[in-house]
Ligand binder design. Structure first.
Ligand code: EPU
Length: 337
C-alpha cells in the first residue's frame, strides 16, 4: 500500500480532467487506512478522499494526498422480509444496484446507473427518480481521522437532507466511510410516481412492474438524458436544484408563469435548475472544450481536453446569467478542488 508521488488523476475523475496529485495511496481495507494514517506524510499534507470521482471538478493539481477508497465486499443478512445489505465503500454503486436487483432485494432499483461508489452514497444523499438513499439507509461505518477509531452512524446521526448529510456539514473532513448498510426488502414496494418512469412503463405496456422493470426503465431514461461519463466527461448535475421561499416563488411565477416547481420541506419551493439554465439559452451550448449536455442543461461536459478552470469559468457564466434573468442563485453540486 505505497504512497505514490505525482500521480495522474485523469482516469480517477469522471470529468476526465488531467491533473496530478502530489501523493496518491490506494486503500483496500480498514487495515490499510490504519497503516496509511501511521505515515508521517499524513501529518504534513492535506487529504482528499476519493471514491468514484464522479462529483468533483479539479481546477488545478492537488497539492496533498489523494486517498482512493477501494474497499470491496458485499454481505447480506436477513431479518424477516427485510434484507440488510452491507457493501464496502469502494464498491461501484451501480454494481451493487445490479446485484440487489438480480437477487430480488428491493429498494435501490430507482437509483440504477448513478455513477460513483457506495461510500459516497450517504455523503450527498444520492437521489434519482423519486428515491433518495436516506429511504433505504440503515447505517454506515466510518474511520475517524483524529483517533483512528471506527464509528457506526445511524440514519438519524447522518442528518440527511436534499443532497446533504452531516458528512458534508459539521463532520466534513473528519471521517472516512468504510462501509454502508442498506435496509432492503424481499417484498417490492415499487416507486413509480416520478412522471418519466410512468410514461416509459406505459410506452412499454408494463402494468405491474417488477424491480427489474423499474431498473431497466430508469436506465433507459438516464441513457436518453444524460451523457455517459466513459465517453463524455461529466459529473452529473453540476448544480443543485435551487430551493426558494414561497414569497420569492410567487414573484418569480408572476414574471415566468411556466416555471416548473416542486414542493420542498418547510413550505419552500424547489425549482428545476436545468429549466432555468435552458431558458437562458445554454442548453447544448458548446463553449471552447466545455458546454452543457444537449439533452440536459444541468449537466456540464468536457468535450475533450477541457481544463477544470475552463469548466469552472463556464459555470460562473451560467450562475451570473441565471441570476440576472431570474434572480435565483444557483449553487454548485459538484465539489471544486
Ligand atoms: N428541464 C428542462 N431543461 C433541461 C433539463 C431539465 O427544462 O435541460 C426540466 C425538465 O423538463 C423537468 C425538470 O427540469 O421539468 C426536471 O428535470 P429532470 O427530471 O431531468 O431532473 P433534474 O431536476 O434536472 C434531478 C437530479 C438528477 C436526477 C434527476 C431524476 C438534482 C440536482 N439532479 O435532475 O440527479 O437524476 O432529478 O431524478 O437534484 C445528479 O445529482 O447528478 C443527478 C443526475
Amino acid at each position: 500500500m505505497p504512497f505514490i508521488a505525482n500521480y495522474s488523476l485523469k482516469n480517477l475523475n469522471t470529468f476526465g480532467i488531467d491533473v496530478n496529485a502530489k501523493w496518491y495511496v490506494n486503500i483496500s481495507s480498514e487495515e490499510d487506512l490504519t497503516e496509511a494514517f501511521g505515515s508521517p506524510l499524513i501529518k504534513e499534507n492535506k487529504l482528499l478522499v476519493l471514491g468514484g470521482g464522479s462529483n468533483m471538478l479539479f481546477t488545478k493539481d492537488y497539492d496533498g494526498i489523494v486517498l482512493k477508497i477501494s474497499i470491496k465486499g458485499i454481505e447480506v443478512a436477513q431479518q424477516g422480509t427485510d434484507i440488510l445489505v452491507t457493501a464496502g465503500a469502494g464498491e461501484i454503486w451501480d454494481h451493487l444496484v445490479k446485484y440487489c436487483v438480480a437477487k430480488g432485494y428491493a429498494g435501490l432499483e430507482n437509483l440504477t446507473l448513478i455513477p460513483g461508489t457506495v461510500g459516497a452514497s450517504p455523503i450527498q444523499n444520492i437521489g434519482a427518480y423519486g428515491v433518495e438513499i436516506k429511504d433505504v439507509f440503515e447505517s454506515c461505518t466510518a474511520f475517524e481521522i483524529a483517533t483512528g477509531q471506527l464509528r457506526t452512524f445511524s440514519k438519524a446521526d447522518c442528518e440527511f437532507g436534499y443532497r446533504e448529510s452531516v458528512f458534508k456539514g459539521k463532520l466534513k473532513g473528519k471521517y472516512i466511510i468504510t462501509s454502508v448498510t442498506y435496509r432492503l426488502s424481499n417484498i417490492p414496494n415499487v416507486q413509480t410516481h416520478y412522471g418519466a418512469i410512468n410514461s416509459e412503463l406505459d410506452r412499454r405496456g408494463i402494468e405491474r412492474p417488477s424491480i427489474s422493470d423499474i431498473s431497466e426503465v430508469v436506465a433507459a431514461i438516464r441513457v436518453s438524458k444524460l451523457p455517459d461519463p466513459s465517453t463524455i466527461g461529466n459529473a452529473g448535475s453540476f448544480f443543485k436544484n435551487p430551493v426558494i421561499s414561497q414569497q420569492a416563488f410567487d414573484e418569480l411565477l408572476s414574471r415566468f408563469p411556466d416555471t416548473p416547481h416542486y414542493p420542498a420541506p418547510n413550505g419552500r419551493v424547489k425549482l428545476a435548475a436545468g429549466w432555468l439554465i435552458e431558458q437562458c439559452g445554454f442548453k447544448g451550448l458548446v463553449d471552447g472544450h466545455t458546454g452543457t449536455w444537449k439533452n440536459q442543461a444541468l449537466v456540464l461536459v468536457n468535450h475533450g481536453g477541457a481544463t477544470g478552470q475552463e469548466v469552472y469559468r463556464f459555470s460562473e457564466k451560467i450562475i451570473e446569467t441565471v441570476q440576472e434573468k431570474f434572480g435565483v442563485l444557483l449553487e454548485r453540486e459538484v465539489n471544486i478542488f
